[in-house]
Design a protein around this ligand. Structure first.
Ligand code: NI
Length: 172
């Protein structure tokens, strides 16, 4: 396994919509394993392939609480089939937007369809933090970020800050 560099704001690739994974082969599984290693190292609870520069509909997640045994999940071509009317607010962060957090209200429960790492079609219900993390990661596949939940003014402030940081950290 290998740790991959995580792409951060304001890189425009984060706004790109990802294409479906065509087949679950060794390359896809290697990418999923590398993404899990990258996510655990960060550390984070979810990562979409576009965040490591690969525009494919592939997501990894682990929403186990601290002290619980790891619960790595690989979702290939995930699709939300149903969302609950009831909502829940979580403070969300994103590995592509370091040191930024925002309260986001999202549906509390959902039904998900995806292909697992064995290439099998799965359907599962999710709730709690996992439901929020799934919605956050699926947003990435459509080029959507948590700053899109802010007002335009606040969003532009955050983007400006990251543009400034990128200039300072950039190659000379
Ligand atoms: Ni994110």
């Amino acid at each position: 396994m290998a740790k991959l560099p995580i792409i951060t704001l304001p890189d425009p690739i984060l706004r790109r919509a990802s294409d479906p994974v065509e087949r679950v082969d060794a390359d896809v599984l290697r990418l999923a394993d590398d993404m899990l290693e990258t996510m655990y190292d960060a550390p984070g609870i979810g990562l979409a392939a576009i965040q490591v520069g690969v525009p494919r509909r592939l997501v990894v997640l682990d929403c186990a609480s601290e002290g619980e045994k790891p619960d790595p999940r690989v979702l290939i071509n995930p699709e939300i089939l149903d969302l609950s009317g009831q909502t829940k607010v979580y403070e969300e962060g994103c590995l592509s937007i370091p040191d930024f957090r925002v309260d986001i209200e999202r549906p509390a429960e959902l039904r998900l369809r995806y292909i697992d790492r064995d290439g099998k079609l799965q359907e599962h219900d999710a709730s709690g933090l996992l439901a929020t993390a799934i919605q956050h990661e699926l947003d990435h596949l459509d080029g959507k970020l948590i700053i899109d939940f802010l007002s335009r003014l606040k969003r532009e402030m955050v983007v400006r800050k990251f543009k400034k940081l990128a200039r300072q950290d950039g190659p000379l």
